[in-house]
Design a protein around this ligand. Structure first.
Ligand SMILES: Nc1ncnc2c1ncn2[C@@H]1O[C@H](COP(=O)(O)OP(=O)(O)OP(=O)(O)O)[C@@H](O)[C@H]1O
Ligand SMILES: [Mg+2]
Length: 249
């Protein structure tokens, strides 16, 4: 469903991605882990076509993302949660959630779009009273959940989550992990999630991929993660300050 081959990306002289190879099968939940600043968000933005890689090949659902014709129709199949939620300040919550249902190829009647928005808000633990508030009136964790509701609003086939549980309390993080799992299992969606939260990794991943040094350093089933013989991976999952990973950045 998602395939990256030898993807490179530098910003000036800073090489961030140095040959990333990754394959995610249809209906699989893949979680990307790795230190802060290793290029996880950059990699996701490359897949979405928001950043153009310097080299390499990226295909989603069998289409080369750089040459695909109808970009609007192509993106309509995706849902995305950005790391900073990235809500539209001037729109009330429900219009943020229903954003894509109010325009373009997915357009619905306004009342129907609002009903869908309220249902998706419920899925992320927010009541209907939140629908008419503006993003500035919400806490950080609530904004995150609105971003998540927006990502799933159009029942996408492929979903990308950048740090879905960061900034949430442990119970709400558990609710969101369960929701991600449900979307993959019930809707058969393919999910690519970035997270630092190891509880979340164990709750949602089928496969785990660790990004380090601009490459996928380890990739395998979550069940093999703890027993893996890779000092970088082990240091990361145990959160140890001692090990091969450079902590000065
Ligand atoms: N648009 C940009 N222009 C220049 N440099 C960028 C740009 N986007 C990201 N970078 C740089 O690329 C590196 C990787 O950034 P990225 O956001 O992918 O990190 P990350 O792995 O997602 O980290 P975190 O876990 O903290 O979110 C950083 O050094 C960052 O400064
Ligand atoms: Mg990031």
């Amino acid at each position: 469903m998602i395939s990256l081959k030898n993807v490179h990306k530098a910003f000036g002289s800073k090489e961030i991605l140095r040959g990333v190879d990754l394959d995610v099968a249809k209906g699989e939940s893949c979680v990307i882990i790795g230190g802060s600043g290793t290029g996880k968000s950059v990699m996701l933005k490359c897949i979405l076509g928001l950043i153009k890689p310097d080299q390499g090949m990226i295909s989603v659902a069998g289409e080369d993302i750089t040459t695909t014709g109808d970009r609007d129709a192509f993106l309509a199949r995706f849902g995305m949660l950005f790391q900073g939620a990235a809500l539209f300040d001037s729109l009330p919550v429900w219009q943020n959630v229903a954003f894509r249902l109010l325009r373009g190829s997915l357009k619905r009647p306004k009342a129907e779009a609002r009903d869908i928005a309220i249902e998706k808000l419920r899925r992320v633990g927010l009541g209907p009273d939140v629908a008419d508030l503006f993003p500035a009136e919400l806490s950080g964790g609530m904004q995150k959940r609105v971003g998540l509701a927006r990502a799933i609003a159009a029942d996408p086939e492929i979903i990308f989550f950048d740090e879905p549980t960061t900034g949430l309390d442990p119970i709400m993080a558990g609710v969101i992990n369960e929701l991600i799992r449900e979307i993959v299992v019930e809707m058969g969606a393919t999910a690519l999630t970035i997270t630092h939260d190891m509880t979340s990794v164990r709750a949602i991943a089928d496969k785990v991929a660790m990004l380090h040094g601009g490459k996928i350093r380890w990739h395998g089933p979550v069940s093999e993660m703890d027993g893996a013989d890779d000092p970088y991976l082990t240091q990361f999952i145990t959160g140890s300050p001692d090990g091969p990973i450079e902590t000065l950045r």
